[in-house]
Design a protein around this ligand. Structure first.
Ligand SMILES: NC(=O)c1ccc[n+]([C@@H]2O[C@H](COP(=O)([O-])OP(=O)(O)OC[C@H]3O[C@@H](n4cnc5c(N)ncnc54)[C@H](OP(=O)(O)O)[C@@H]3O)[C@@H](O)[C@H]2O)c1
Length: 291
């Protein structure tokens, strides 16, 4: 087990599932872990579990709803006020949304939480990561990216919504963002990698109201042999966050702790640059109201 003493890590979506297991493992390796959760009660309950499970009390909770650009900015500012260093950022929080909803900022929620939150939080913490180098950024994507396509004509799925298409696009965006980030970070000592965690028995999909949420629960019972545990699902995130084997490795997509090919569109640098520009535009602070 790698020794992470002296390292500070952020894990988003650490209230349950893959994020909680990742946070617990890193705490168990001696890292200072900052959990980012949106619900104070669920976050505190998870923090108590992680402290018990890992035996480390160096586990902190920060509250932010990552569907809000303002809350992401507040989170980054609060982090920077309290901590001088950041060695590992695990962008993990994400969801599948069967029905189209929008965030407070007016973005389609899947695109907002699964992609824009990764993009903005990373950007706001990039100088701290660089100052702490060697440092690592880990973006939890999915094999769902294989069927994803960046629909720049309708990124917000305003004309037509499909939960699967919106999810696939957001997870493709995770891989494109990772590769472009790795190119831009060359020579800084900060690496960026993406991963598919496996098909994992978590709270995934259960956020959906009505029969959609129930269906995800049914899948997990009927398809039990096909699902892996949250601890197994966290293995690749933990590996990328801590293993000496991947020190300096950057711009790759991992499955089961091995670098594998992602889809063709994800490797198109022009698409990645375009996504970066669009994301920058969408997340820049609103202009002050005209007097
Ligand atoms: N499970 C799978 O089979 C699978 C497969 C491929 C990829 N993934 C990816 O793995 C990642 C983790 O998913 P999981 O399976 O662990 O799902 P999960 O059990 O539903 O956990 C998702 C986490 O994200 C948090 N989250 C969701 N929306 C948020 C928001 N607006 N602000 C802050 N936190 C938010 C949730 O917090 P709350 O407790 O507040 O809801 C929860 O902590 C996701 O990026 C997902 O796309 C999962």
């Amino acid at each position: 087990m790698p020794d992470m003493t002296g390292k500070t890590c952020i894990v988003t979506g650490a209230s349950l599932g893959i994020g909680k297991e990742t946070a617990a493992a890193l705490a168990g390796m001696g890292a200072r872990v900052v959990m980012v959760c949106r619900d104070p009660a669920r976050g505190e309950a998870a923090r108590a579990d992680i402290v018990g499970q890992s035996g480390s009390s160096d586990v902190e909770l920060m509250i932010a709803d990552l569907s809000s650009l303002d809350e992401i900015r507040g989170l980054a500012a609060a982090y920077r006020q309290k901590h001088q260093q950041l060695h590992v950022l695990v962008n993990n929080a994400g969801a599948y949304n069967a029905n189209r909803t929008t965030t407070r900022d007016g973005f389609e929620t899947t695109f907002g939480v699964n992609h824009l939150a990764y993009f903005l939080l990373t950007g706001l913490l990039l100088d701290v990561l660089k100052a702490s180098a060697p440092a690592r950024i880990i973006n939890v994507s999915s094999m769902a990216h294989l069927r994803g396509h960046m629909n720049f004509d309708d990124l917000q799925s305003a004309k037509k919504y499909s939960g699967m298409k919106a999810y696939g696009q957001s997870k493709l965006a995770n891989v494109l963002f990772t590769y472009e980030l790795a190119r831009r970070l060359e020579g800084t000592g900060v690496t960026a990698n993406a991963l598919h965690p496996g098909v994992v028995r978590t709270g995934f999909g259960k956020n959906n109201p009505g029969w959609w949420g129930a269906l995800f629960g049914v899948f997990q019972v009927v398809g039990r042999p096909f699902y892996i545990s949250p601890a197994q699902g966290a293995a690749t995130s933990i590996y990328l966050a801590s293993s000496p084997e991947v020190e300096g490795v950057t711009g790759k997509y991992f499955v089961k702790c091995r670098a594998v090919d992602s889809n063709t569109e994800s490797r198109d640098a022009a698409v990645a640059r375009r996504l970066w520009q669009v994301s920058e535009e969408m997340t820049k602070p609103a202009m002050a109201p005209a007097r």
